[in-house]
Design a protein around this ligand. Structure first.
Ligand SMILES: NC(=O)c1ccc[n+]([C@@H]2O[C@H](COP(=O)([O-])OP(=O)(O)OC[C@H]3O[C@@H](n4cnc5c(N)ncnc54)[C@H](O)[C@@H]3O)[C@@H](O)[C@H]2O)c1
Length: 333
């Protein structure tokens, strides 16, 4: 049995608690939250777990091998640092930290102490993202021109982070994974309508050295709930719509044919081919993420979303935040 503790039993932490408690070879030994009312509500459903308000006892318990940090973003760095220094493997929710220095320090400590540091970039554990990776790697889509993503809805309105830091790690992690390349320039526009200096809506653009482009629309002030990623390649185009219950991926055999010439001039041929909906076996991404963390603890393999992946995302967020402060001025990475 692998002893696990979940720190942070709020709206999202509750999902980690459910998922880890369901994995057969896991003993969810502790549930920790600084707010005792959260613990009281969970006590009955998880009688096998000790409810604690402070991390000290679980950090000292040698039976606890892995700590899952699902507390507010501001506490990720201090909690992850303390856990790593106590010799624990760590799965920390996104964002890994709120600045590059802290994210870098976590990566360094984990490497020095040979501990697992994994970041909760959930979409990397989504079966549709696996399929997208295969399609990009096999060049089924042709050369990728650009990606755009939409992650908008009404609420949850946070006070300790803006829509950029709250939502963009999901899209950034997927874009970095698919492009296998880092952006060279970012720019971001956004506005704070509800709370002072906390952007509710952000439009983030990424540019890559070979001309590829990505645009990310983030908002918690929007009438629609949209979770969509569109990829436009030279041969085909795909749309991943995570709000669809089953038909989440559509592949459009559409594109622009090669340049042709005739005696009247030159023209481009547009191709309107079939739309394919592949049958993808669904698994709950959080369950896949949790099982991967356990496998990493047991086998000491490198996580698919390790500390360095979290650091790269934080670097882009920091640059984007700087651009936001300068009304979209491009920031080099
Ligand atoms: N991967 C995803 O899809 C996803 C989705 C939602 C939220 N999240 C992330 O999960 C984290 C939590 O989000 P949430 O919506 O559950 O927030 P929340 O405010 O509902 O819950 C946070 C909980 O952490 C507790 N907490 C804060 N500091 C603590 C500390 N030092 N020790 C112990 N407990 C502490 C709070 O009391 C609260 O109960 C955030 O980092 C968020 O970005 C990830």
């Amino acid at each position: 049995m692998v002893g696990i503790a979940v720190v942070g039993a709020g709206a999202w932490g509750k999902n980690h608690i459910r998922v880890f408690s369901e994995i057969p070879n896991v003993h969810l030994k502790y549930i920790c939250d600084s707010d005792p009312s959260r613990l009281t509500k969970l006590q009955k459903s998880y009688p096998q777990s000790k409810m604690v308000e402070k991390v000290a006892s679980l950090l000292q318990d040698p039976e606890v091998k892995g700590i899952v940090i699902a507390s507010s973003a501001i506490s990720h760095f201090p909690l992850a640092k303390e856990s790593l220094l106590s010799g624990k493997d760590v799965l920390v929710e996104k964002p890994l930290a709120l600045n590059v220095r802290d994210a870098d320090e976590l990566v360094r400590i984990a490497e020095e102490k040979s501990r697992i540091l994994m970041v909760g970039h959930l979409l990397i554990y989504h079966p549709v993202v696996d399929r997208l990776k295969e399609m990009v790697a096999s060049e089924e889509l042709g050369r990728i021109h650009y990606i755009y993503t939409q992650r908008v809805n009404l609420g949850v309105i946070r006070q300790d982070e803006n829509a950029l830091w709250s939502f963009a790690p999901h899209d950034l992690s997927v874009i970095l994974e698919l492009f296998n390349e880092k952006p060279v320039v970012v720019s971001a526009h956004g506005e704070s309508y509800i709370q002072k200096n906390i952007e509710d809506v952000v439009f983030l653009s990424l540019h890559f050295s070979d001309g590829k482009m990505a645009n990310i629309h983030l908002s918690w002030l929007d009438p629609h709930k949209v979770r969509k990623i569109t990829i436009v390649g030279a041969k085909k185009m795909v749309v991943f719509d995570d709000m669809e219950a089953s038909e989440k991926l559509k592949i459009y055999d559409k594109g622009v044919g090669s340049l042709s010439y005739d005696s009247y001039g030159e023209y481009l041929s547009l191709r309107f081919g079939d739309i394919t909906i592949p049958n993808i076996k669904m698994v709950e991404p959080l369950r896949a993420e949790a099982e991967h963390f356990i496998r990493c603890i047991e086998s000491r393999e490198k996580p698919k979303t390790g500390g360095r992946d979290g650091l790269e995302v934080v670097k882009i967020l920091v640059a984007a935040q700087k651009s936001l402060g300068q009304k979209g001025f491009p920031v080099d990475l």
